[in-house]
Design a protein around this ligand. Structure first.
Ligand code: NAD
Ligand code: SER
Length: 323
């Protein structure tokens, strides 16, 4: 039975991954942890620990206290925030990963590390970006992700640490808001469509990027960790994707449900430059071949589900505010 620690558990992915892991057969315990404190009612149905991933002693204490054997290491600064605070991004994204890997090595833990489309750069082939290709990112976020992929491979080869991971595209979800990435528009647009029937987008109308709905991201994270290691040629940084669209195409899909929805554009040059340095689409055939990756949601299914869930959630939120 697995005993799992999730770092950065109160973020966009962790908010859904922790609950999914707690429901998973074969999992005995899931300890959520973050440097934010858990809001009262969100304490969920399991333990929570305050844990700064740059503090190796704290990680070690939590791992030993709970007899952890698997760490989903999600704590990081996303691309746009990282560009505002590159020194902090280096400490948290790479320093934190290094410390988690050291604790994993010393305590025999497996580790999941999420890399990103941000690990690619302008020199990478931008369409159907291959699994193994040029990686010269121009953002600090990307630099920490490439280095993270490499150090995870190194810890596996050198020390036998069972380190695995995927390269996520932009993630869309309705439970927690995103933490300051370049792909956040694809979440904000749904909130604004439900609340205001209009959205001002910070990326240009033709900016094409790969995306994934959160239930598929959670599935990818769990399945790669449960994959038969004998079938894995790669271990870390599997390209995974589910759909591909521009802001204009996403707006058109939303308009099928909200006919009066309007999108306008006020491009943020920093985030546009980041998006323009990333692939337009990924080739995820290695993940499909090696561990059977297959997403459940396309653009049509995701848009329907997002709007249904946000209609419900925002009605409740608004009532909550009035009370
Ligand atoms: P997020 O920003 O929503 O959450 C990150 C969490 O980490 C936050 O709750 C934050 O409080 C916490 N954190 C920050 N510094 C910390 C520290 N020093 N110690 C412990 N916790 C700390 O991010 P997310 O979207 O949930 O992403 C999780 C991981 O997945 C990150 O590594 C990110 O790079 C990767 N990823 C995310 C996306 C996406 O679109 N969301 C795409 C590709 C990869
Ligand atoms: N969605 C993330 C970001 O925009 C990519 O890893 O930062």
């Amino acid at each position: 039975m697995k005993r799992i620690l999730v770092t950065g558990a109160l973020g966009q992915i962790g908010s859904e991954l922790v609950a999914a892991l707690r429901r998973r057969p074969g999992v005995e315990l899931v300890v959520a942890s973050d440097i934010k404190m858990m809001p009262g009612t969100a304490s969920g149905d399991g333990p929570f620990e305050y844990l700064d991933c740059t503090n190796q002693r704290q990680i070690e204490q939590v791992v030993r206290k709970h007899g952890i054997d698997t760490i989903y290491h999600l704590a990081a600064l996303l691309s746009a925030v990282a560009e505002e605070r590159p020194q902090v991004a280096w400490d948290v994204n790479l320093g934190g990963l290094y410390r988690v890997l050291e604790v994993a090595r010393q305590n025999g833990c497996a580790i999941f590390f999420p890399s990103s489309i941000g690990a690619f750069g302008p020199g990478t082939p931008r369409d159907r970006t291959p699994q193994d290709t040029v990686q010269r990112p121009t953002t600090i976020y990307g630099v920490t992700k490439v280095a993270g992929e490499l150090v995870c491979d190194y810890y596996h080869q050198r020390f036998g640490v069972d380190a695995r991971g995927v390269r996520f595209p932009g993630l869309v979800s309705h439970v927690a808001v995103p933490g300051g990435g370049t792909t956040d528009y694809a979440v904000e647009i749904f909130y604004d469509a439900v609340r205001n029937r209009r959205y001002t987008c910070f990326l240009g109308p033709e900016t094409r990027l790969d995306m994934m709905y959160m239930p598929d991201s959670v599935k990818a994270a769990i399945e790669v960790m449960e994959a038969n290691p004998a079938k894995l040629e790669h271990r870390n940084a599997f390209n995974v994707t589910a759909m591909n669209f521009t802001p204009e195409e996403l707006a058109a899909e939303i308009r099928k449900h909200v006919p009066e929805f309007k999108i306008e554009y006020q491009v943020d040059p920093v985030r546009q430059a980041i998006a323009d340095s990333w692939p337009r689409s990924l080739d995820d055939s290695a993940a499909r071949r090696e561990w059977g990756w297959s997403p459940d949601y396309d653009l049509v299914a995701m848009t329907t589900d997002m709007l249904e869930n946000l209609e419900r959630k925002l009605r409740v939120d608004d009532r909550g505010k009035l009370d």
